[in-house]
Design a protein around this ligand. Structure first.
Ligand SMILES: [Zn+2]
Ligand SMILES: [Zn+2]
Length: 361
C-alpha cells in the first residue's frame, strides 16, 4: 500500500501548496479577476454583436413584491439602431447596465401607467440616460395623463444632483442640456379599441394600446414593429379584447400575470399572522390583473408565436413552482411559453421567423 500512501501524501502537499499559493498570490489573483471583469463588463455595449432586428431586454420581470432575483417591471427594446425603454421599476436600470444595453442609443421611454412599481426606477433611468447615455437633450418620457407631474417632479428631485455633477465633472461630461426628462402625454382615442401610433421613424413603429387596469385609467400596453418583426407588451391589465386586437400576429407577446390561488394563500397566511392591511391588498389585486390562463388566451387569440410572462405575481423563487403558476396555460396557448427572468434577451432578426433566447447574466 506504499503507492497509496505516497499518492495521499502528494495530494496533501499539492492541496497545501495551492492553499499557500492562493494566500500568497491572493492580491495578484484578485487583480487579474478585476482586470478581466473591467475588460468584459465596464460600459460594454454588446448590441453591436446583434443582428439587425428587434431585441427585447428583460430588465425587470418582477412586481411590487420583494424578490431578490427580479427587478420591478422594465422592458428594453432595441429596434434597428434605436433603443427604447418601457417602464422603469425599482432596480431595473442596474440590470440594463449589466446586460450591455445600448444606453447611448436610447431614443425615448414609455410608461404603461403610473403605479409606483412601474416608475420607481425612473429617476435612476433619467440620470443614467444623461450621463452614461451621453445625452445633450432631456429624455422624452411618454405616458398617460399625469406623466408630466411624475417627470417634472423627478427633474426637481434631482436638481441638486444635477448641479453637483456639472460642477464636479464639467459640462463636457455632464451636458447641462441633457439633464432630466421631457414629459409627453399620450391621449388615446376613446373606446375600448383605443390605439395610437406614438413613434414612427426609421422603420420603427410604436403603438400605444388601451388596456384595462381599473381603477387605474388610462393604462396602456405597447406594440413595437420593425423589420417585419413585432412584440407587444401588456403593461398591467386583465384580459382585454382591445389589447388582443392591437397585438394581432405579434412574434412575441409579453404579458403580465397573477395567480389568484397563490395570492389567496398569501392572503390567508398574512391574515393568520394578524397582518390585515397587507392581507387586504392581496384580496384587492386579483381584480385588476390577468391570470396566467387569461394571458395564454390573449396570446392564443392574438395569434402570437410565443408567450413570455413578466410582472409575475407572486414572486416565483424556484422553477419547481412554475408549473403551479402556469396552471392550464399550456392547454390554452399551443406555442412556446416562457416565464421571463431578468437578464434574458429575446432576439428577432429582421425579415426572418427566428426567435432566439439568450441570457446576459
Ligand atoms: Zn399596476
Ligand atoms: Zn404593476
Amino acid at each position: 500500500m506504499n503507492w497509496l500512501r505516497r499518492g495521499l501524501i502528494a495530494l496533501v502537499v499539492l492541496a497545501g501548496l495551492a492553499l499557500i499559493g492562493s494566500q500568497v498570490f491572493k492580491r495578484q489573483i484578485g487583480e487579474a479577476v478585476f482586470e478581466r471583469a473591467v475588460a468584459s463588463n465596464l460600459a460594454v455595449d454588446r448590441s453591436g454583436e446583434l443582428p439587425d432586428g428587434i431585441h427585447v431586454y428583460l430588465c425587470g420581470t418582477g412586481s411590487p413584491m420583494p424578490d431578490v432575483t427580479r427587478a420591478g417591471p422594465c422592458i428594453g427594446v432595441l429596434a434597428g439602431d434605436q433603443a427604447f425603454i418601457f417602464d422603469a421599476g425599482s432596480g431595473s436600470v442596474r440590470k440594463l447596465g449589466s446586460m450591455g444595453f445600448p444606453m447611448t442609443r436610447l431614443e425615448a421611454a414609455y410608461l404603461t401607467h403610473l403605479h409606483s412599481d412601474h416608475i420607481d426606477g425612473l429617476g435612476e433611468l433619467l440620470l443614467q440616460a444623461w450621463i452614461t447615455g451621453e445625452r445633450n437633450s432631456p429624455l422624452p418620457v411618454s405616458g398617460p395623463t399625469g406623466t408630466d407631474m411624475v417627470v417634472n417632479g423627478l427633474n426637481a428631485a434631482y436638481e441638486i444632483d444635477r448641479g453637483l455633477r456639472i460642477a464636479h465633472h464639467g459640462p463636457g461630461v455632464a451636458d447641462p442640456a441633457g439633464f432630466g426628462g421631457a414629459p409627453m402625454i399620450i391621449t388615446l382615442p376613446t373606446g375600448p379599441q383605443g390605439r395610437l401610433v406614438v413613434y414612427d421613424e426609421a422603420g420603427i413603429r410604436i403603438t400605444a394600446i388601451r388596456v384595462s387596469h381599473a381603477p387605474v385609467d388610462p393604462a396602456f400596453g405597447y406594440r413595437i414593429d420593425y423589420g417585419g418583426r413585432s412584440v407587444a407588451i401588456s403593461g398591467d391589465t386583465i384580459y382585454h379584447p382591445g389589447f388582443v386586437a392591437g397585438a394581432e400576429g405579434v412574434d412575441v407577446l409579453l404579458h403580465e400575470a397573477l395567480d389568484p390561488e397563490m395570492v389567496g394563500q398569501l392572503e390567508a397566511a398574512l391574515t393568520a399572522r394578524g397582518r390585515e392591511r397587507i392581507a387586504k391588498i392581496m384580496s384587492d389585486i386579483p381584480s385588476y390583473h390577468a391570470t396566467p390562463e387569461d394571458a395564454a388566451r390573449a396570446a392564443s387569440e392574438a395569434g402570437a408565436r410565443e408567450l413570455v410572462y413578466y410582472h409575475t405575481i407572486p414572486p416565483l423563487p424556484a422553477r419547481i413552482i412554475h408549473p403551479v403558476f402556469l396552471g392550464e396555460a399550456g392547454d390554452i396557448f399551443g406555442g412556446p411559453i416562457t416565464i421571463g427572468e431578468d437578464g434574458m434577451i429575446i432576439s428577432m432578426p429582421a425579415g426572418g421567423t427566428e426567435i432566439v433566447h439568450s441570457k446576459a447574466f
